[in-house]
Design a binder for this molecule. Structure first.
Ligand code: MG
Length: 453
């Protein structure tokens, strides 16, 4: 058995359709998963044009190994995860999605019976079966059956809305940009049920993504910003291609950098659950630590990747610890009272609650009060990235270094993260400080060390 994932990345396997990503590959993933799990598997997909073909392939692999399949049709990844978690009938699930990647990509995320994404050790087992072609094909009287259930979104919508007092969004106007993805079926309904007046843009399911790419970038969200201003909305919310992430524009149409989004929601969540832990990867802004401290909360750092955050939250709760919140600085936030995965619909709803808690103030004014941090990001080509990271560490004696993922050099007024890319022959470098001059000096120091190493 291998000890490293080869095909799957941090959030599933992805590739260009017709090149790496083919029905043959997905059929084998289905057969490998079906050989590892018994019972009923829930299958969902985002709006990509290749989704139907790949879903059929995945289901064929599951059925031939004796699993029953329930096809959930098009839905957000967190909706599929919620349904799997709450319905005991499901032994797991799989989502056909390439998340934020361009339209020509597609992929598979594997979901466990508890609604979490499959952990690394199980993914490695699945890959071993995949590469060895070890599939437990069922005999003629043992193959699975398929049923369709594309009508269970209401359960997810009700679960999200149920976390908030009735009518909390009364008087608010919100513009939703699902980016032609599955959140078009959920987020506008969630916000309307909370009492908001809702406008939409890019809200027709369309795998050609005619309005914008599945990654919600400031450039792609320009029409959303314009619509927020034109309608006098309180904020705009946009999702990535499978709606596990949400990003925002404020009432002035300004894109809210995702660490600020995290901090703003953290401030609200931690004010209601003081003294708990906030779990986040080492690459997240120090803003998260500042805001946690304000509420007597402590930050617990993980390697980069939402599955590590989710699993750490579960582990800490298992140890009897109070976990208030978790997430990444990319709009992927995890609410322990709801479910242990990133949830874009829940994040959109949470912004309504945040705004309601500020007694009618504008979102732009609240954002402007947050401390400003300066972040420098760099990539550096390296044939052996892990060796380069070690060499950088050795060249920095006397520094405070944390080794959760790569090396994090910690100073009072700044930090730097140097880590190997999981997918490409390069290292990623991040430096953050409140003082742009300090960030710049540290950047030059680190880059000098990297070049010499
Ligand atoms: Mg996603």
């Amino acid at each position: 058995m291998g000890n490293k994932k080869q095909m799957f990345g941090t959030n599933g396997v992805r590739g260009v359709v017709g090149e790496m990503m083919t029905p043959t590959l997905v059929l084998k993933i289905g057969a490998a998963l079906g050989s590892m799990r018994n019972g009923t598997i829930a299958v969902g997909r985002d709006t990509r044009t290749s989704g139907e073909a790949l879903a059929h392939a995945l289901k064929a692999g599951l059925l031939m190994t004796g699993c029953d399949v329930v096809d959930m049709g098009i839905l957000p990844t967190p909706a599929l995860q919620y349904i799997i978690k709450t319905d005991d009938r499901f032994a797991g699930g799989a989502m056909i999605t390439a998340s934020h990647n361009p339209p020509e990509y597609n992929g598979v995320k594997i979901i466990e019976a508890d609604g979490t994404e499959m952990a690394d050790d199980e993914i490695i087992r699945l890959e071993d079966r995949f590469f060895a072609g070890e599939f437990d094909a069922a005999a003629w009287d043992g193959v699975g059956t398929e049923t369709a259930a594309p009508d269970r979104l209401e359960e997810y919508i009700q679960a999200v809305v149920g976390h908030f007092p009735a009518g909390i969004g009364k008087g608010m106007t919100v513009v939703v940009d699902p980016g032609s993805g599955p959140a078009a079926l959920t987020t506008p309904v969630i916000l309307e049920r909370m009492g908001c007046r809702v406008h939409t843009i890019n809200a027709r399911l369309d795998g050609t993504f005619p309005g914008r790419m599945p990654e919600p970038t400031p450039e792609g969200l320009q029409p959303l910003s314009e619509m927020v201003i034109a309608t006098g909305a309180d904020f705009g919310v946009a999702h990535d291609g499978d709606a596990d992430r949400a990003v925002f524009v404020d009432n002035k149409g300004r894109y809210i950098e995702e660490n600020y989004e995290f901090g703003l929601i953290e401030d609200y969540v931690c004010s209601r659950n003081r003294g708990g832990l906030v779990v986040t990867p080492v690459a997240t802004s120090r803003l998260i630590r500042d805001i946690a401290g304000k509420h007597g909360c402590t930050v617990d750092y993980t390697p980069v990747g939402s599955i590590y955050v989710a699993r750490r939250m579960i582990e800490l709760i298992g140890q009897g610890k109070n976990v208030s919140f978790g997430g990444e600085g990319n709009g992927g936030l995890i609410y322990p009272d709801h479910q242990f995965c990133r949830d874009g619909g829940m994040t959109a709803a949470m912004m309504v609650a945040v705004l309601a808690s500020h007694n009618g103030r504008d979102l732009s004014g609240i954002i402007d009060e947050l401390p400003v941090y300066h972040l420098v990001k760099e990539k550096y080509h390296a044939p052996d990235p892990a060796a380069l990271v070690r060499a950088v560490e050795e060249a920095l004696p006397g520094e405070t270094i944390e080794k959760i993922d790569g090396i994090k050099i910690i100073r009072d007024d700044a930090w730097a993260l140097v880590r190997a890319s999981g997918t490409e022959p390069m290292i990623r470098i991040m430096i953050e400080s409140k003082d742009p001059g300090v960030a710049d000096t540290m950047y030059r120091e680190i880059m000098q060390v990297v070049r010499q190493a």
